[in-house]
Design a binder for this molecule. Sequence first.
Ligand code: AMP
Ligand code: MG
Length: 339
Amino acid sequence: MKKYFCILFTVSAVFLSACNSITDKDQAAPCEAELFAMDTYMKLTAYGENAETAVKQSQKKIEELDRLLSAEQSDSEIYKLNKNRSISPSADTLSLLKKAIEYSEMTGGSFNPTLHPITELWGFTTKKYRVPEKSEIDKLLPYAVTDNVIIYDNSIELKNSETEVDLGGIAKGYTSSKIAEIFIENGVKSGIINLGGNVRTIGTKPDGSEWNVAIENPDPDSSYLGILKTHGKAVITSGGYERNFEQNGKIYHHIIDPSTGYPADNGLVSVTVVTENDTLADALSTALFVMGEEKAVDFWKNSSEAFDIILYTDKDKLIVSEGIRNSFSSDYEIGYVSR
Ligand code: AMP
Ligand code: MG
């Protein structure tokens, strides 16, 4: 089988691709690319005639979105918004910020895209971690409200000098939705988009069977929490284990409870959301993690959105919604919830 390999170095990412050449008749072999962007390792896998084009276009799109949406890269739109207090945004930034505010309202503020000054206090933006004084948090928390983000047709403004936007809780979901669009436009009927454990499946496996998506175990010494058989859906997980630091024997992680300004501590270790809408899945996985078990289950029961959940509690229990009852298997004790 003829293959080509290429390594491209860019400012934010390293790509390693292995694709069939176009003369290759063996359509069963995928085109794959691995890259580092948005502070995470990503892997794209596409099958079919235009797989190579789809993967190349996707790499470009990921780079483009990383440059727009990062709150830490000094040339990004979000960075400029936070620094200059107003921008004329690209269509992507505008539409994602609108969505972020919509999901913030939908989740009663548990998802909050204006926590940047708080995550900065904790050092999650610079990796210079520290536990801030409560007085520092209390000073900034009142400004972490989406009411201070004013969206006009062609511009975005921040009303108060302390308010800053962070789309880190939703950017990867939006990115996978855009990559899914690129795959589908290119006729890819079978593929996997893995953005640092956030998985989007395109169609089924080439043989028509379901994809097996492993749900990561926060305990690295244990095997997966379980396996989900799925197709055509996003499977997006949030957990405090993904980024954290330890001080005086206590772990502090990166998902902030907007009502306190401290890392959310409501009994959940990880939350996985399964739905066709990647952006919604990303916002909800973060929001439900903040809510904790009881409120998250109530939210799911009362929501008109079509999605399923896998909650992993600090008592080693799994709570799984009825829609994926027959497609999720695990060695852990499972409690099922229905609407
Ligand atoms: P995720 O892994 O999708 O749950 O996103 C976590 C990231 O979202 C953090 O690293 C922060 O950048 C940001 N973030 C933290 N807490 C929240 C929150 N309550 N709502 C929205 N974004 C948040
Ligand atoms: Mg999220």
